[in-house]
Write a protein that binds this ligand. Sequence first.
Ligand SMILES: Nc1ncnc2c1ncn2[C@@H]1O[C@H](COP(=O)(O)OP(=O)(O)OP(=O)(O)O)[C@@H](O)[C@H]1O
Ligand SMILES: [Mg+2]
Length: 223
Amino acid sequence: MEPLIVTENLKKVYRTGKVETPALRGVNLQVQQGEFVAIVGPSGCGKSTLLHLLGGLASPTSGKILVDGNDFSRMSDAERTRFRRHKIGFVFQRYNLLPTLTARQNIVLAQHIQGNGFNPHRFQMVAEMLRIADRLDFRPNALSGGEQQRVAIARAVICEPNILLADEPTGNLDTENSQTVLAMMRTLNRSLQQTLLMITHNLEAAAAADRIIRMRDGQIIED
Ligand SMILES: Nc1ncnc2c1ncn2[C@@H]1O[C@H](COP(=O)(O)OP(=O)(O)OP(=O)(O)O)[C@@H](O)[C@H]1O
Ligand SMILES: [Mg+2]
């Protein structure tokens, strides 16, 4: 079977004025549809950069990304954005909730953007599972860090994307909420055959995955 995600010699160099920071130094990766992959490695080794590139949120300096047979470099920004909205859910390391919207609006907006009809049953189920049902009418700045993180997860999973990219989704959660989030991801992965790439520093979270990729200095050192 063709892998769902393929990268070929993927490189990313950030340029800030005259300073160059090589964040990815040639990443070759293949992920099959339905796999649950944990990405681990020290701070600054390029994990978030890799996830952003796979999500079409940034462009590589060189190398190739194919998702479901689509070559990102051959797509316009608009095409990539449309592709992302329909296929990919993204949980950001810093949540990226819209500050002027309530939790509910942040989550519902994702459904509208995707053009899916609002599904109140699914919405309620996800909100209850993530224990944010009584916080939905608050704006992000009135929510705890862990609550904001769970809203960000709800926003990413509400549309049942084919691919879920999650950047430390349990980074700000206590044990109980981490376990709930992991169980939910496992369920989505198993029941919907959703492909899951999750960055984590949490060993328990990594253990829940089918496969662990270790990164260091912008490269995969163990798979
Ligand atoms: N916008 C940027 N401009 C310049 N350098 C950047 C930028 N974003 C990231 N970097 C640098 O690129 C490298 C990789 O960063 P990245 O965020 O991918 O690391 P990470 O593995 O996710 O780390 P962490 O575990 O701390 O989140 C780091 O050295 C970082 O300082
Ligand atoms: Mg990161």
